[in-house]
Ligand binder design. Sequence first.
Ligand SMILES: [Ca+2]
Ligand SMILES: [Ca+2]
Ligand SMILES: [Ca+2]
Ligand SMILES: [Ca+2]
Length: 694
Amino acid sequence: MRALIFSRLHNTDLRHQPPSTEKDRMHNTPHSSRNTKYHSALQLNTAKLVSLTIALLTLSASMTTPMPTTVAAKLGDVIAEPALVLMEAEITKGLEARQLNEKFKGYQAWAVRGLNNTAGARCRLGYCDRMLRNMLKAPADAEKLTRQLHQALGGSEFDLAGALKMAAEKLDTTPAIAAEYRVRSGKTAIAAVQACLAATSKEWQTAIGPLSADQVTLLRTDLYRLSTEAITGGAASWPEHPTSRRMCEAMTQMNRPALLAAATELAPLTDPRMKTALAKIKRTGNPKIDGATGKLLRLIETENGKILIGGPGENTYDLDKLVDVAVVIDVAGNDTYVEGVVNATRPVLVVMDLAGDDSYKGSKPGIQGSALLGVSMLVDFAGDDKYDASDVAQGTCLAGVGILVDWAGTDAYSAMRRAQGSATGGVGILVDRAGDDTYHASLYAQGFGGPLGFGLIEDTAGNDHYYAGGVNPDSYGDTPGYAGWSQGAGAGPRGIANGGIGIMLDGDGDDVYECDYFSHGAGYWFTVGLARDFGGNDQRLGSTINGFDGGERGESRFLRYGIGFGVHYGIGLVFDDAGNDTYAADHAGPAFGYDISLGGIFDFGGNDTFGQTGIGQGAAAANGFAILFSVGGDDDYQGSGQANAGDGSPGNFGFLIDYQGNDKYGDEEQSDVYLERASTTGFLIDRSEIPKTE
Ligand SMILES: [Ca+2]
Ligand SMILES: [Ca+2]
Ligand SMILES: [Ca+2]
Ligand SMILES: [Ca+2]
């Protein structure tokens, strides 16, 4: 079966499809005038419509969740959840009305069969499996997960342990219980740091305990090389499949409860109360150590490495010269941190900077709260900071744990491949709680989940700018562009292993997203990718605009597979809770499903614009499922082909569902059309009101 899937996928690639799907569209109503829901209902005037109306009335009456009349929602927990209940019912009733229920069940059953026949595939995660088995329920499930993660990491009570608990569950393991420390003085804070370091070191040894010496060597020598360094093209898989598979098997064998516990044991160090207590530390003696410049306060020996505490002036820490230092705490000043990898002799590294505008720089893989076979955390509590790195950086892991928490300031993050909340074989998290920040990376970044990975970026506030792509040429001969694989993207290296979970969360602020192929609410190969923006007017611009270095692009601008798409057993979803937003992709998105996958966009308010595309806007192909759902506002659906889903077996299902507002569709206005047949199994449902609840 696995082999069958492979050959089928290769033979039905999108490149053989015409860029426009206009021809498949079947209009049942004239569009020359803007019609009210009831006016257009009269125009349809068919028996089917009567049954649909009855079905909807039944749906409205059966709703028990109250639907607020206003669609303004800042945190997403007001309207998102009940709106998705309505949406699911709308889809179900729509399928029923056209007697497509059995066909849709057949589609879902096909997916289940595919999953059953490949059960036990390398690095399969239960969460991805369940989402693919219940595609109709998947949006509601993802909405809840993203909301709860955002509340944990972006709420007033920062709760990293809570987020790690959710990550543990999604990685099919039991969550660890976070230790609690009462810290008031510098002394109790140092004791807590020491205890956290000891506990994490112990859990890490347990995590790699099941690995043979050969497996450890394999991961150390080949994991970065094959998963990252060698990826210079389209990036859908890794080279040297037999070796790559052995590495994925080794990551599977790691003790995952201990791996997650290693992360959880560090969570108390991200607490601002820890910062307050550590800031009270006074100088003892005149400590000196090779690799650190500037005045130092203390150097403490522990069984798990030294704890170095730097002073309030300017310091430079050459972290890889500080070979036996496991923890650096700097109380203030504008400091410079160079490199900082973990390795066999220093498997755990923690950097805590309490104040100042700091510079973090280096070029080795695995720095700035990132780990290649180990555990690393960077917490920066204040200041405008600059993070410059190359691969595997800024809250990223390759078989391990990588966490970066930045509490404040206008920060700039720049890296290349695997960065900014990117995880393979563990947990990779980047949290930035405030400021107008910029994120720049080329591949597998900004909330990326590879095999057995839970990768997450949470930016709580500020007007932020995200850039992902611009370096790797894409793998398609017929369209220009770059590979991106970022911004709430899950992906499995095809032919090697299933993908993980990639999540991008952004709270307040007007944000700009630039991304290249396979990005932004993106799912590819037995995986889940989620991107959610909770507030502000956001622009999803499509492909990156400038070249990676800021200069002119080599390739023309084009985004293929982007902004809420699933492909080859993938779930890729975008949620946006408020604001006037734009969604742009050139082909296979926005909101596109392809080959036993679900792609979707769920927008809960504002006047939104969905750019013209070759295929997208609730469109599906090669047996896919797509949903574009928008509540409130006057939306502009540019181009044609909305909700396009041609005939097929087991089937394509496309939905564009719009509630409220005066909306524009393509070059013809057809706002408030109650229901239109967009294509054989494509539904365009536009209601002037949110269905009433009783
Ligand atoms: Ca300092
Ligand atoms: Ca700082
Ligand atoms: Ca910031
Ligand atoms: Ca928005």
